[in-house]
Write a protein that binds this ligand. Structure first.
Ligand code: BGC
Length: 451
């Protein structure tokens, strides 16, 4: 297992947060450093105000009259951020004293996914080039061009395969459309040296998998795309890569499985892990078992008025505790990031059920010390493969363990209003867990809570 040390992970996460564009070098680095200073100063100031506010909130909670704007709030899976620049929306992330984000370390995971694909190509070089033209061709399914996790994964694959080019100080993550002749300016032909021989690697095609109505990460769209691509240049496709398993499995089932073309995804959903036995190349676990726990745990802690680290870095009264192998906390960003693990033919047997709670945090809380509280939680798109097949089933197990009564709302993946319309009376709830349709739209929710 390749888990990176905590410090590196934090540095990468903060690099990502400052600006998706700022992790390259030169001028961009100076800007990033300046931004880091500003953020640090702002964070310090915020911390003072936050402490006072947190005391107030706890006092108000005890008297039973907490204003909606002061109730615990957790953003999860889609981090409040600018969808063009990746810059974090710190106003949303520090909306009140008990606001947090829970996600995963996007850069560490992206690097793992890219390395997994490259390792596979190297290990299978004798058979991978199906038409023997010396060019290893891959196609890439992109989830959402404005979602920083999706952008990071596209970059990770291009970096590892040598196809990345820089644009504005960062790796370009623009979809190429089709690039069978290697002329796209968003990517370049990469080279891999394997056993003394040089191979060309080409991104033959890539596209954002979005429906006409606007739903992103759309699996059926990916299934159609591979059909179109295969019909015109199928014999050149040696590897299929996807920003997630939902789209990856759709392409695998529609075409790649029958052709024996390895397909790589992300999420470690149960069906994708099982498919490794049938030629699916591999996937990345973003530790949804840890993320789902953290999503509800930060709310539980805020509602209990205890230190936020309780049951996370510090064991709680039931013995729940995580280790630094599973997550990092970035205080400045008020964000918890789960760490990723590659799941391949070597270890997939350990990941066959993606809905099993993480053992170290599966102890039931005592109902007297931690009485039932009501939480409103939404999933941006009820049809999202990862959130519906992996994340929500986990949340539903943890809500029992943490004595939280959660109302689950499933959105249409297209508009925020489809979701916010169903938060008619926030006063009925003690806390909120929000998964936005678009990372720019935090104000649609905080606005409602501020009324
Ligand atoms: C998952 C995708 C999912 C997306 C939704 C990502 O973290 O990997 O499968 O569609 O979240 O926001």
């Amino acid at each position: 297992m390749r888990l990176m040390k905590k410090a590196t992970a934090v540095a990468m996460a903060s690099c990502m947060a400052l600006s998706l564009a700022a992790c390259g070098g030169g001028e961009a680095e100076t800007t990033a450093a300046a931004a880091a200073e500003t953020t640090a100063a702002a964070a310090e100031e915020a911390a003072d105000t936050t402490e006072a506010a947190a005391e107030e909130t706890t006092a108000a909670a005890a008297s039973g009259e907490v204003a909606n704007k002061d109730k615990p709030l957790v953003w999860f899976n889609r981090q409040p951020s600018n969808s063009s620049t990746g810059e974090l929306d710190m106003a949303a992330l520090s909306f009140n004293a008990n606001t947090y984000y829970v996600g995963f370390d996007a850069n560490q995971g992206a690097e793992l996914q890219g390395t997994m694909v490259r390792d596979y190509i190297e290990a299978n070089i004798d058979t991978i080039d199906r038409n023997g033209d010396g060019v290893i061709g891959y196609v890439l399914a992109i989830g959402d061009i404005g979602h920083n996790d999706s952008i990071a994964r596209t970059r990770g694959v291009r970096n590892a395969l040598g196809t990345a080019v820089e644009a504005n100080g960062a790796v370009d993550s623009t979809p190429v459309g089709t690039n069978t002749d290697g002329s796209s300016t968003y990517v370049q032909d990469g080279t891999l040296e394997i056993n003394g021989k040089t191979y060309t690697v080409r991104e033959l095609a890539s596209q954002e998998m979005k429906t006409a109505a606007g739903a992103t990460w759309d699996a059926p769209t990916a299934g159609n795309a591979i059909g179109t691509w295969a019909a015109s240049f199928g014999e050149s496709i040696d590897v299929v890569v996807s920003n997630n398993d939902g789209m990856g499995m759709s392409m695998f089932n529609a075409w790649a499985k029958d052709q024996g073309v390895p397909t790589f995804g992300y999420d470690a959903n149960s069906d994708a892990v099982a498919a490794i036995a049938e030629g699916y190349g591999g996937t990345i676990s973003q530790h949804a078992d840890v993320q789902a726990y953290l999503t509800l745990r930060v709310l539980r802690n805020a509602l209990d008025g205890v230190d936020i680290d309780t049951g996370i870095g510090t064991a709680d009264d039931a013995g729940n505790v995580l280790s630094e192998n599973e997550y990092v906390y970035n205080e400045e960003q008020r964000s918890y990031y789960a760490l990723n693990v590659a799941v391949t033919a070597d270890n997939y047997q350990d990941y066959l059920d993606s809905t099993v709670t993480f053992p170290a945090v599966s102890n039931q809380l005592d109902a007297t010390a931690h009485p039932t509280k009501k939480v409103w939680l939404n999933i941006y798109n009820a049809a999202d493969n990862f959130l519906s097949a992996t994340y929500q089933p986990l949340l539903q197990k943890y809500d029992d363990l943490l004595n939280l009564e959660v109302e689950y709302i499933g959105g249409d993946g297209q508009t925020e209003s489809n979701i916010t319309n169903r938060l008619g009376n926030p006063s009925q709830y003690d806390a909120f867990a929000i998964n936005m349709v678009k990372t720019d739209n935090a104000a649609s929710y905080t606005g409602l809570l501020s009324q």
